[in-house]
Design a protein around this ligand. Structure first.
Ligand code: NAP
Length: 507
């Protein structure tokens, strides 16, 4: 019989989400946990996305944990190495790294009713865990395009999130498929070194200027030394960003002046009127993520770059053929086609009380989770960055901290009341998801005339949060146990009772 390692919590993923969970559980005295991380380091998406030009398009001051402010940011929008350094530092300083297992993927997690635990397997260990906390995020599994012949390409090919740094790109003929957030950062870098650069655009994105700058020595000194200054700066940026919310969710037409700014950005960066026309979006600003760059349009305008808007019909061993029959020969193919967002890959590996995987449950109506965190029939499973928690306008770190607060309160309720199980009620989850979809109706993500990774195959937006981030924090500020079925440890054969309250159903 397989030996099970008894443990309180298994956390999956060591990016911002998993790291935050580990630190805060540790702070609460919930020290019996392991963090399973398939990569060799902390950092998650910031460890994986090392492509040239990788940087954050959320201002640096907002892009750190509230409990671990980074006094060292060198500029207003940080590049990937600085963010990765920050995460490594926070992990080191937290004293929790002894419980991180790197190069260790979670294979499967199955709820076991008899022991009231998650049986979690890795290649070499089987854990029996009281709770399972997923911090794998929405942007971890690259989505490769389903293009005829792509496997036959004989040159080098890699996804933006799996950059091959051994590849010498100087003077090469390079193709980039995609014009999303990653591609617009990669293209200017490649244009500088490539012999020829072909950029394959399916949909032109909105790109506004990037107001990025290096902090002066004086500014850095002041941010480090003047008490409260960094917090003030952060707060000002936070509230500035929240003003986008009513525009995206209620009155998308208010974004018209920003569209004019974006069009001016096109005219500034591109001289050729035909190219200007090709890069002008045909949907409302905000419908897809609004991108920021000063370098993208000039790179498209350069002599060694061609923007290809004819649809790709196939990839051959030597190049890419478009619908008009033209074949462009290339040496290197960069696939910047995004991630699995509405079909979270971890869901295939989690089996709940009914014996069905989460992927199978979600396949029926699309992914959903109560408060983006818990799923009915999957007791003691908590998501961080779960369904309908994504943002287009502000920092995911704020959402992550809000969810971790909720999880901590759930764990405290379990300890206090000696509950072995918490299972969100199906009606509570359904009502929450219906409210999400109702709130989506007037948003630019539905009405803006684009198709985006925010929407699933049913046309539902199951990825973004449709309200302010402070509303999210408010919703998750306390643990609403009345929305949960609870159960006492089976061995006691006693029904669970809620200390000081009669709320909450019992199994
Ligand atoms: P993305 O935004 O999903 O963009 C994917 C691009 O690939 C789109 O232009 C898409 O075209 C194109 N594409 C997909 N399949 C294709 C196909 N079969 N043929 C041709 N083109 C295809 O992916 P991403 O750029 O990697 O960004 C993903 C998310 O990561 C962003 O939205 C953002 O949240 C995050 N991100 C953030 C930063 C940052 O903070 N700086 C940087 C990078 C990424 P369509 O538009 O027509 O679908």
């Amino acid at each position: 019989m397989t030996q099970h390692t008894q443990i309180d919590h298994v956390i999956v993923g060591a990016g911002f989400a998993g790291l935050c969970a580990a630190i805060k559980l540790d702070e609460d005295g919930e020290r019996d946990f392991v963090v399973l991380e398939k990569g060799e380091d902390v950092g998650g998406t910031w460890r994986d996305n090392t492509y040239p030009g990788a940087a954050c398009d959320v201002p640096s001051q907002l892009y750190s944990f509230s409990f671990a402010p980074n006094r060292e940011w060198s500029r207003s929008f940080s590049a990937q190495p600085e963010i990765q350094d920050y995460l490594q530092r926070v992990a080191r300083d937290s004293g929790t790294l002894d419980r991180f297992r790197f190069d260790t993927a979670m294979r499967d997690a199955t709820w076991d009713d008899a022991s009231q635990r998650w049986i979690v397997t890795t290649d070499d260990t089987t854990y029996a865990a009281r709770t399972l906390i997923s911090g794998t995020g929405a942007l971890s599994e690259p989505r490769l395009p389903d293009i005829d012949g792509i496997d036959s390409f004989a040159g080098e090919v890699f996804h933006s999130a799996r950059w091959d740094h051994d590849s010498d790109l100087r003077g090469k003929r390079i193709a980039v498929i995609g014009t999303g957030a990653s591609a617009i950062q990669i293209v200017p870098e490649l244009q500088r070194v490539a012999g020829e650069l072909h950029v394959y655009q399916r949909t032109a994105p909105w790109v506004i200027p990037r107001h990025d700058r290096t902090y002066s020595g004086l500014e850095r000194f002041a941010l480090r030394r003047v008490p409260g200054l960094q917090q003030l700066y952060r707060t000002a940026i936070y509230w500035g960003r929240e003003t986008y919310v009513p525009v995206f969710t209620r009155w998308p037409r208010l974004a018209a002046p920003v569209e004019q700014v974006a069009k001016a950005n096109i005219r500034k960066g591109i001289s050729d009127p035909e190219l200007q026309r090709k890069v002008t979006p045909d949907f409302q600003l905000g419908c897809k993520r609004v991108l920021i760059s000063n370098a993208y349009y000039p790179a498209l305008d350069a002599d060694n770059t061609e923007l290809v808007t004819d649809p790709i019909s196939k990839v051959t061993p030597t190049g890419i053929v478009t619908a008009d029959g033209t074949e462009r020969e290339i040496d290197v193919l960069v696939v910047a086609t995004g991630f699995h967002t509405t079909d979270m890959p971890i869901a295939e590996h989690i089996t709940g009380r009914s014996g069905r995987t989460l992927a199978a449950v979600w396949a029926e109506h699309g992914q959903s989770a109560y408060k983006g965190t818990t799923v009915s029939g999957f007791p003691n499973l908590f998501f961080i960055v779960g369904p309908n928690t994504g943002l287009g306008h502000s920092s995911m770190v704020f959402m992550i901290e809000s969810q971790v607060t909720y999880i901590r309160k759930a764990l405290r309720a379990m300890r206090r009341n000696d509950f072995a199980e918490l299972d969100v009620r199906a009606d509570a989850e359904r009502a929450w998801s219906e409210e999400m979809q109702r709130r989506m109706e007037p948003t630019v993500w539905h009405t803006g005339g684009c198709s985006s990774w925010y929407l699933d195959e049913h046309g539902n937006n199951t990825t973004l949060w449709p309200r302010t981030t402070f509303a999210f924090r408010g919703e998750l500020a306390s643990f609403d146990i009345d929305k949960y079925d609870v159960a006492a440890p089976a061995t006691t054969h006693e029904p669970a009772t809620l200390a000081g309250s009669s709320a909450g159903g019992q199994r």
